[in-house]
Every structure is written in structure tokens, then in C-alpha cells.
Design a protein around this ligand. Structure first.
Ligand code: PLP
Length: 376
């Protein structure tokens, strides 16, 4: 018989059925689509949770990144600085706006955008239109330093916090340091609406404009009047209902993800070839995924760990393949300060371990046993 499947990170609805309650309300009032009370409330609740003034609920995190760039008037021939070590959805919207990405290497303390490499990028390209930073796997970047550098160069900052909802830096939520913050509610994220995203900002006018563009740029007129290109990017009222329910259990999910990370950390503390994803002292990660790196001189290679776990029906993933190594992006510039590219090294040595909040102690024991066996 096939062993019970263990997922990397799968949807986890509340035990209390909060999501169903909000969906039922939407049905009962026939507010199934498009907008409605759940959308309005979900925007307010997210803004309130993260400590931002305004929010626009959208169909995806990618749409939110796209709208952030559009709101910043990123356009043809503009340059946008972007971390290389991320998911492609961080970089794709730069291209949607016909702008040019310049990829930036990671530092070793959090694996996120290296402030030193960012400084170097500003020396080479003094006038980028925007900087986008990512808090990878829920570990906050050196956001204060990055923000200071951006301020010094009068360049707006966008935070792709798709993976880091609820994570904090000196008590302040990731996604609220820059001009715009982006969250994702895709199926694998720490909370999910099946699919969806949110753009947050303190700029009321820009958020209103994003809502306008996202509903096909319909001018206020009885007929359909269009002065600008529109997008169909709004979140539906049903999806927002799921989000409202999920938000109620976000803190529980963070607690469980933290426990999962600490369980791995404890289990591998006597295996010097395994290192946990590091974080800064003054930050509180949400530990969306627990990620390890394997020493390059270890006899066990990351692929062996992934294959051994796969045989046991346990899902894993390598660390994101850097954007500057991707066929679609390899013609763009890549800025590094370390002799050896940090993002490439992390890609070569990293393994994302199962971080599913529905895992039991037995599930975790199974995973840990397979890995420990390899290092014996
Ligand atoms: C998931 C993710 C996105 C995209 O979010 P979607 O809601 O799936 O469009 C963007 N950036 C990062 C870093 C992500 O992990």
C-alpha cells in the first residue's frame, strides 16, 4: 500500500468552518460576484492586520505586483531592480510593463536581496524606476537597510511579501516598509483563498486607481466609457469570504510553521552538514517553508535527499532557480558583490522540506528519519 502523502504546503481551512460561514453569507445575499461585502471587509481586515492604511483585493499576487508597477508608472525603457533568487512572478510584471529588470544577488544572512549588491546596482544604473524586494520563504529581508538605500536614491520600493504574510521586522509587518506591499493567497501560501492577492499602501488615491484599472478602467458613465486600458484583476466576493475565514487562523498557522521549523532544527542539530535557513535576530519569520542547505563537501547531495523522500511519498522542492539563470531572463544584467554568486550557491545546495500545517508528529518523524538515515 502506498504510504500517506506528505505535502510541501497545502491548503488548510479552519477547523471552525469560518470560511464556509462567509461564503454562505455571500450566497444568501446573492453577492456571489463580482464585488461585495466580503471584498470590502477582507481589504479592511488585511490592512488592519498588517498596519497599512489601504488595500485592494485582486485576483492574484502577480496581479498585485503588476498593479504596483503600473501605479509607479513603470514603463518602457525603465529599469527595475529585482532579486534574482525568487519565483518568476516577482519579475514577470516588470516585463508586462515593457520595462527592464536588473537582477540582484542575495546575502547569506537571510538569502534575500543583498544591500551591498543593491548599492552596486545604483552605481551602475543611477536612476531605476523602482526596486522590488522579496521576503523569501517567510524570512524577512534586510528591509531597513534596503529602504534606506532606496530613500537615499529617491527610488520607490515594492515589497513582494507573497510568502511572508504575518512576518515582522522589529515588530513591523513585512509589506509595510515600502510604498507598496503585495500578499498572495495562492493555494500553497500560508493562508489561501484558492487563489488571490492583495496590494497594500498608505496612498489612498493610488489604491483607488488600482481598483479602477482592475475593473476594466470603466469611467463613471451610464454607457461603457474607457480612457485607459483596463484589467480584469478584481477578487470575487466568494474568494474574499474564504480569505476572511483564513485570516482568523493566520496566527495559528504561523505558530505551527514555527514549530515545524524548530522541530527540523532540533532534529538536525547534530548533523553539521545541514544548515537551516538563517534569519536576523530582530525579525520574526512566518516560516512559510522550512528550508535547509547541505554543505557542498557533504557526501549526501540535495538530490539524494529529495529522491529518498519522494520514494516515501514525501514532497520536497529545490530552492528557487535564480532568475539570471532562467532562459527567459538570462540576457538581463545580474549584479553580485561576492566572488561566488550567493543565489546560485543556494539553488545548488538548498532543499525545501515539507512544511504543511496539517502534519502530525508521526509525519515529521517519518521525514526526519529518512534524512537522518542518509547522513549516518
Ligand atoms: C506565490 C508568489 C507570487 C505570486 O503570487 P500568486 O498569487 O500566485 O500570483 C509572487 N512572488 C512570490 C515570491 C511568490 O512566492
Amino acid at each position: 500500500m502506498e504510504k500517506k502523502k506528505i505535502f510541501l504546503s497545502s491548503p488548510h481551512m479552519s477547523d471552525e468552518g469560518y470560511e464556509q460561514k462567509y461564503i454562505k453569507e455571500a450566497f444568501d445575499t446573492n453577492w456571489v460576484a463580482p464585488l461585495g461585502e466580503n471584498v470590502n471587509q477582507f481589504e479592511k481586515e488585511i490592512a488592519n492586520y498588517v498596519g497599512s492604511k489601504y488595500a485592494a483585493a485582486l485576483s492574484a499576487g502577480t496581479a498585485a505586483i503588476h498593479m504596483a508597477f503600473k501605479a509607479l508608472d513603470v514603463k518602457k525603457d525603465d529599469i527595475v531592480f529585482c532579486p534574482s533568487l525568487t519565483f518568476s512572478a516577482t519579475a514577470n510584471p516588470i516585463i508586462y510593463q515593457n520595462a527592464t529588470p536588473v537582477f540582484i544577488d542575495s546575502e547569506k544572512e537571510t538569502w534575500n536581496m543583498d544591500p551591498k549588491a543593491l548599492e552596486k546596482a545604483f552605481e551602475k544604473y543611477p536612476n531605476p524606476k523602482a526596486v522590488i524586494v522579496v521576503h523569501l520563504y517567510g524570512i524577512p529581508a534586510k528591509i531597513k537597510e534596503i529602504k534606506e538605500i532606496c530613500d537615499k536614491h529617491n527610488t520607490p520600493l515594492v515589497e513582494d511579501s507573497a510568502e511572508s504574510l504575518g512576518a515582522t521586522y522589529e515588530g513591523k509587518q513585512t509589506g509595510t516598509f515600502g510604498k507598496y506591499g503585495v500578499y498572495s493567497f495562492n493555494g500553497n501560501k500560508i493562508i489561501t483563498t484558492s487563489g488571490g492577492g492583495m496590494l497594500v499602501s498608505d496612498d489612498e488615491e493610488r489604491i483607488a486607481k488600482v481598483r479602477f484599472w482592475s475593473t476594466q478602467s470603466r469611467e463613471k458613465a451610464r454607457h461603457y466609457e474607457h480612457k485607459e486600458i483596463g484589467y480584469n484583476y478584481r477578487m470575487s466576493n466568494i474568494v474574499a469570504g474564504i480569505g476572511r475565514g483564513q485570516l482568523k487562523v493566520l496566527d495559528d498557522r504561523i505558530a505551527k510553521k514555527t514549530e515545524i521549523f524548530n522541530t527540523y532544527k532540533e532534529a538536525f542539530k547534530d548533523i553539521p552538514q545541514i544548515e537551516m535557513h538563517p534569519a536576523l535576530e530582530n525579525t520574526k519569520p512566518n516560516y512559510w517553508l522550512s528550508v535547509i542547505t547541505i554543505d557542498e563537501n557533504a557526501s549526501v547531495k540535495p538530490i539524494q535527499i529529495m529522491e529518498a523522500l519522494e520514494k516515501e511519498n514525501i514532497e520536497t522542492r529545490p530552492v528557487w532557480k535564480p532568475m539570471h539563470m532562467q532562459p527567459i531572463f538570462e540576457s538581463y544584467d545580474y549584479i553580485q558583490v561576492e566572488e561566488k554568486s550567493v543565489s546560485e550557491d543556494l539553488f545548488n545546495r538548498g532543499v525545501c522540506l515539507p512544511s504543511d500545517t496539517k502534519m502530525t508528529k508521526e509525519d515529521m518523524d517519518r521525514i526526519i528519519k529518512v534524512i537522518k538515515e542518509l547522513f549516518k
